[in-house]
Design a protein around this ligand. Structure first.
Ligand SMILES: *[C@@H]1O[C@H](CO)[C@@H](O)[C@H](O)[C@H]1NC(C)=O
Ligand SMILES: *[C@@H]1O[C@H](CO)[C@@H](O)[C@H](O)[C@H]1NC(C)=O
Length: 359
């Protein structure tokens, strides 16, 4: 009677323990991703991009006079000061998009500051890619301000933010060398390209708020796959010595609508995709080697699906459902950065150009 009783009490444990063990193991393996996945799926519940901004309506079209353009925005023509427009980027490897940027902004930007490090944000050694390709940018020499930073591998217990912060300090020193109070500083990543006519408007009008964030159209892999309008990090700020600090976060509520293009993962070769996937802050998203295979990468570039096999980033469930099967393909190349249409070398960024070379 007693034996039966003991047996009866322990039997569920024999079954439950292995199940618990399997569940725990699964949970540990999966949890790194589960947290991100749940974060993405729950995003519409906790995040609402609209609420953080006062959106400024934007008016620009070919041939419109600057007087009329300023007036439409509620600004007036600035016929007194002549501020410079200074573009400041931290460069890693994006040669093609940097050329597109340079050519788009050439007539409106006075100085292009490029800062390059011999380490990635994650502390791995990296060649000075821009310097190694200086000849390609010889046409722009008169406006380029190039600076290098030597960085060490990351100290123990430091994350990518450590190197990023050091780069910002170096960037501030370089901005100080070329900027005067009142000049416009564009702070953005290489792949966040403002529209030339937008910058021309900001330069020509007075009454433009500062700091001013730029709402950019988000694209993935090329300008064939428009995602949404949720890009806001690029900003333009009037320089004030000792006050202006280079950064990539929100600095005001002012967001100028539809002011350019943000093309993520817009690389020419499969090799560049692999480099980006493994060496930047996204590296932890690579869930297995199959995500780095040529076939997988080529397939997502042509279908608009997520390269890490993650759920879409969306701010409402309507948007989440719309993006579920990947980014929608667009047949329009209207109103894109000029160089992309001018030069066959950039046709991989256009609708129909998704086939990539290995290197
Ligand atoms: C600047 O323009 C405004 C209106 O367009 C005009 O009233 C003013 O006299 C101009 N100032 C100068 C210095 O030209
Ligand atoms: C960058 O260059 C400096 C100076 O040559 C060197 O000490 C440092 O180790 C390099 N950084 C990396 C990550 O290789």
């Amino acid at each position: 009677m007693r034996r039966w009783f003991t047996c009866r009490r322990h039997k569920p444990l024999y079954i439950a323990l292995p199940i618990l063990f399997i569940l725990a193991t699964y949970h540990i393996i999966a949890s790194t991703y589960i947290i991100t996945d749940i974060g993405y799926l729950a995003r519409p519940l906790w995040d609402n991009v609209q609420e953080q901004w006062d959106i400024i309506q934007h008016y620009t079209t070919e041939g419109l006079s600057l007087e009329r353009t300023c007036q439409l925005h509620g600004w007036s023509i600035n016929n007194e000061t002549k501020p410079k427009m200074i573009d400041a980027v931290i460069f890693s490897v994006e040669l093609d998009l940097y050329e597109v940027r340079l050519r788009e902004l050439w007539n409106v930007v006075d100085k292009f500051i490029i800062l390059e490090s011999n380490a990635t944000f994650t502390g791995k050694p990296k060649p000075f890619v821009f310097a190694d390709n200086a000849e390609r940018f010889a046409f722009a020499k008169e406006k380029l301000v190039y600076a290098r930073v030597n960085q060490q591998p990351l100290p123990p217990h430091e994350g990518p933010f450590y190197n990023e912060a050091a780069m910002r300090v170096a960037m501030n020193e370089n901005i100080e060398k070329v900027a005067n109070d009142g000049d416009f500083i564009i702070m953005s990543d290489v792949d966040e390209i403002p529209r030339a006519s937008t910058l021309r408007t900001l330069k020509a009008c007075s009454g433009v708020p500062s700091p001013l964030h730029l709402q950019l159209r988000n694209y993935i892999y090329s300008y064939e796959f428009p995602l949404d309008l949720n890009s806001w990090r690029a900003r333009v700020e009037r320089y004030s010595k000792g006050v202006t600090a280079y950064s990539h976060g929100q600095q005001s509520r002012n967001l100028l609508a539809d002011a350019g293009w943000h093309c993520s993962f817009c690389f020419r070769t499969i090799k560049e995709f692999v480099f980006k996937m493994t060496s930047y802050s996204h590296a932890d998203r690579v869930r297995g080697d199959q995500f780095l295979s040529k076939d997988h990468i080529q397939n997502v570039i042509c279908t608009g699906q997520d390269i890490f096999g993650m759920y879409p980033e969306a701010y409402s469930y309507k948007e989440l459902i719309a993006k579920w099967d990947g980014a929608p393909k667009s047949d329009s190349a209207v109103g894109l950065p000029k160089a992309v249409l001018e030069d066959d070398r950039f046709s991989f960024l256009l609708p129909g150009g998704c086939e990539r070379q290995l290197e």
